[in-house]
Design a protein around this ligand. Structure first.
Ligand SMILES: [Ca+2]
Ligand SMILES: [Ca+2]
Ligand SMILES: [Ca+2]
Length: 412
């Protein structure tokens, strides 16, 4: 009797702590029993040129819990939002004759690239450029209109959103090409920590820092107390769905033989858990796809006959154990990238992107990166349903106990 009323009391206390009754969802397989987050990948990059304030603002308007800036450095040490150091494909730099002399070829992570590079431009020069949509099949009506934002401008946008709406949106920055930036004297890590600190944006519930490299995350773990996410990449999937492995570029430089495949074994995940709080795997590491090669020429066939070979011509394979393996190591799992267009959806989803989200939520992912945050949020809200009133309290108590227990083992 006493225990029973104690539980009810705890239940009512917990209820007041929860920001939303959506957290009363039952049977979540997430690490801490929490509702999975939707991360606006490069903003709402399905609708606006990526990494612009308009893209981030739209992501927040569409319900994203976090927005994701990829960060590169200017020549004068400002952190700006671009997916590549090479700004050829995402800005109108080619239309600016005054920058023609800056066209060059550089080695980026072991590959020769030609174009214009952010580290050859001052911030003032970058600010004369305008963004353009990278993908030919997306909306180009905003091309030439939007500036390249700095991290500070993005933080200010998020703070303004909080002032306007009361919503506390998080920022999920990625350090792009850390080894390259170190090699040109523009290391990103201390700079990022300094900018977050100077702008008073270090709440660990509102920042994740992510990287495809390892050493810089290990370094960041000694410099800032926000959760860190080890991104995991692969070159592609083979016809049979096997991952074609690649490795972190800092491992290439240090002759470390391990690939991302090694990092996602139980042993690799246990090591990641010594410096990071989560993994950001390519979604094909969780659910891969099988190609058809009926003519046996070694190339995937255009099964649906639309003239393109892409995920719409492939079918799903059974899920791997990566989500549960990572959870076993105490790591959050935030796979990338979820997109609405049929070319990115395996045939099994029948052109309904929500079915893909649903599959991953059922597998227990703790969040995901989406180009179309409204679709991700709608799928998430459908998935995380509020249980019947009679069983809410018990579930909340169970969920809260699990949360406390897991927190103790996952923080480092
Ligand atoms: Ca990114
Ligand atoms: Ca073929
Ligand atoms: Ca096709």
């Amino acid at each position: 009797m006493f225990r029973h009323s104690g539980l009810l009391l705890l239940g009512s206390v917990v209820l007041t702590l929860m920001p939303s009754d959506k957290l009363l969802a039952s049977s979540l397989n997430t690490l801490n029993g929490q509702i999975p987050i939707v991360i606006g990948h490069r903003g709402a990059s399905g609708y606006r040129p990526e990494h612009t304030l308009a893209s981030y603002q739209l992501a927040m308007d569409l319900g994203a819990d976090f927005i994701e800036p990829d960060l590169v450095s200017t020549k004068d040490g400002y952190l700006i939002a671009r997916h590549e150091v090479n700004i050829k494909d995402t800005t109108n730099v080619a239309d600016h004759p005054e920058f023609a002399s800056l066209f060059t070829t550089k080695m980026i992570d072991g590959a020769a690239e030609s174009g214009w590079f952010s580290d050859d431009f001052t911030l003032a020069e970058i600010k004369t450029l305008r963004a353009k949509e990278r993908l030919p099949f997306r909306d180009h009506s905003f091309d030439g209109q939007l500036e390249i934002p700095t991290l500070e401008e993005i933080i200010n946008l998020v703070k303004q959103e909080e002032t306007n709406t009361g919503k506390k949106i998080g920022i999920y920055p990625e350090t792009k090409h850390p080894t390259y930036h170190q090699s040109v004297g523009l290391a990103l890590e201390d700079n990022l920590v300094q900018r977050l600190t100077d702008n008073n944006f270090t709440d660990p519930s509102r920042v994740f820092i992510q990287s495809f490299e390892v050493t810089n995350l290990q370094y960041l773990n000694t410099k800032i107390d926000v959760p860190l996410v080890q991104l995991l990449d692969a070159t592609d999937v083979a016809l049979d769905g096997t991952l074609i492995e690649t490795k972190p570029y800092d491992f290439v430089v240090s002759n470390d033989p391990r690939t991302y495949g090694d990092l996602r074994t139980p042993t690799g995940l246990a090591e990641i858990a010594t410096y990071a709080d989560g993994i950001g795997p390519w979604k094909r590491m969780i659910v891969s796809v099988l190609s058809v090669d009926a003519d046996n020429n070694g190339v995937a066939d255009d099964v649906n006959g639309d003239g393109l070979v892409n995920d719409a011509d492939r079918t799903l394979l059974p899920p791997t154990s990566l989500v549960s393996d990572a959870h076993h190591a105490g790591l959050l799992v935030h796979p990338y990238t979820f997109r609405n267009e049929s070319r990115y959806l395996a045939a099994d989803y029948h052109n309904d992107p929500k079915l893909e989200y649903k599959q991953f939520f059922e597998l227990g992912v703790d969040g995901l990166f989406s180009d179309f945050p409204n679709t991700g949020v709608a799928a998430r809200n459908q998935f995380a349903t509020v249980p019947e009133p009679g069983i809410e309290v018990g579930l909340v108590v169970l969920g809260f106990s699990a949360l406390v227990a897991k927190r103790k083992q996952s923080r480092n």
